[in-house]
Design a protein around this ligand. Structure first.
Ligand code: NAI
Length: 331
């Protein structure tokens, strides 16, 4: 039998946490033959609720779940973890300035970075989900210099999956037959969902999405804005933000990273990488990647037309600006 993998979920008493921990305990993230030990962290006001989640995990009698650590102590939470899914953060509340929210999250991610650096297992892989996801991940990278930078990522897989979903609805095909959409840049409304390299598996073979959806106005307009604004549409409908789809995307992200992407398929991950596609240095930016042997690699050589170039640059500008704001909170 395999040794259990320790998976940390921060903010585990929250909405996404509640959807995510049973998925992990069922093997959705790491596979049906991989035992796991869950580490759940939240803050003191949520301690009782966190303990309730722990009780439910016991009650669910998951065969793969070999232990649960539920704590408000960041050191205990981080000790020995092989995978860290960072969902905990400070949400923007009505009337709050952007800078104030940034400042709260910068201080959370700075201190959790140090705890992970000191106490996580060697080669721990980190996924930041909490917003602003790219910038929280960048702060985590800055304050955990001994964690290899290629082990630190942020979640744009939800946006990626939303783009697959929109194409499948539009063409009335199975979502599993659509692949290779790309989310470029920030997990925010400036992200660029790009279908220029996406294909659909049809009875007549693999066809470009651009050929099957002849309506360029839709692809260059409504499709992009629907994906960019999907988070807001879910909040409007549910009065709560996306949770099951975010949890599922977090599992997809880690699963593909650890176990590899299928041949011929790429996915989107926010990663730290210098220079690909002329994206400025020093950002956590979402790129198309393939994964094998536990490592991601940016897909190279995709053609970028003028329309796309502008969108890649616009989201990079926003990320640079977010980075400056985050740094101004540090001083
Ligand atoms: P939530 O508010 O239900 O849960 C957040 C949890 O984090 C709460 O239980 C809170 O007590 C905890 N928390 C706060 N500070 C903490 C700290 N310092 N350490 C540990 N835990 C802490 O929020 P929800 O809906 O679960 O969303 C979580 C985050 O994920 C939010 O920042 C949200 O914006 C983001 N998100 C990101 C997505 C993405 O695609 N990247 C998609 C959906 C949400």
């Amino acid at each position: 039998a395999k040794d259990p993998v320790r998976v940390l979920v921060t903010g585990a008493a929250g909405q996404i946490g509640y959807a995510l921990v049973p998925m992990i305990a069922r093997g959705v993230m790491l596979g049906p033959d991989q035992p796991v030990i869950l580490h759940m962290l939240d803050i003191a006001p949520a301690a009782e609720s966190l303990n309730g989640v722990k009780m439910e995990l016991v009650d669910a009698a998951f065969p793969l779940l070999k232990g649960v650590v539920a704590t408000t102590d960041v050191v205990e939470a981080c000790t020995g973890v092989n995978i860290a899914v960072m969902v905990g953060g400070f949400p923007r509340k009505e009337g709050m300035e952007r800078k104030d929210v940034m400042s709260k999250n910068v201080s959370i991610y700075k201190s959790q970075a140090s705890a992970l650096e000191k106490h996580a297992a060697a080669n721990c892989k980190v996924l930041v989900v909490a917003n602003p996801a790219n910038t929280n991940a960048l702060i985590l990278k800055e304050f955990a210099p001994s964690i290899p930078e290629r082990n630190i990522s942020c979640l744009t897989r939800l946006d990626h999956n939303r783009a697959l979903g929109q194409i499948s609805e539009r063409l009335n095909v199975q979502v599993s037959d659509v692949k290779n959409v790309i989310i470029w840049g920030n997990h925010s409304s400036t992200q660029y969902p790009d279908v220029n390299h996406a294909t659909v598996n049809t009875p007549a073979g693999e066809k470009p999405v651009r050929e099957l959806v002849s309506d360029d106005a839709w692809l260059n307009g409504e499709f992009i804005s629907t994906v960019q604004q999907r988070g807001a549409a879910i909040i409007k409908a549910r009065k709560l933000s996306s949770a099951l789809s975010a949890a599922s995307a977090a599992c997809d992200h880690i699963r593909d990273w650890v176990l590899g992407t299928p041949q011929g398929t790429f996915v989107s991950m926010g990663v730290y990488f210098d220079g690909s596609y002329n994206v400025p240095f020093g950002l956590i930016y979402s790129f198309p990647v393939t994964c094998a042997n536990g490592e991601w690699k940016i897909v190279q050589g995709l053609s970028i037309d003028e329309f796309s170039r502008k969108k890649l640059d616009l989201t990079a500008e926003e990320l640079s600006e977010e980075k400056n704001l985050a740094y101004s909170c540090l001083s």
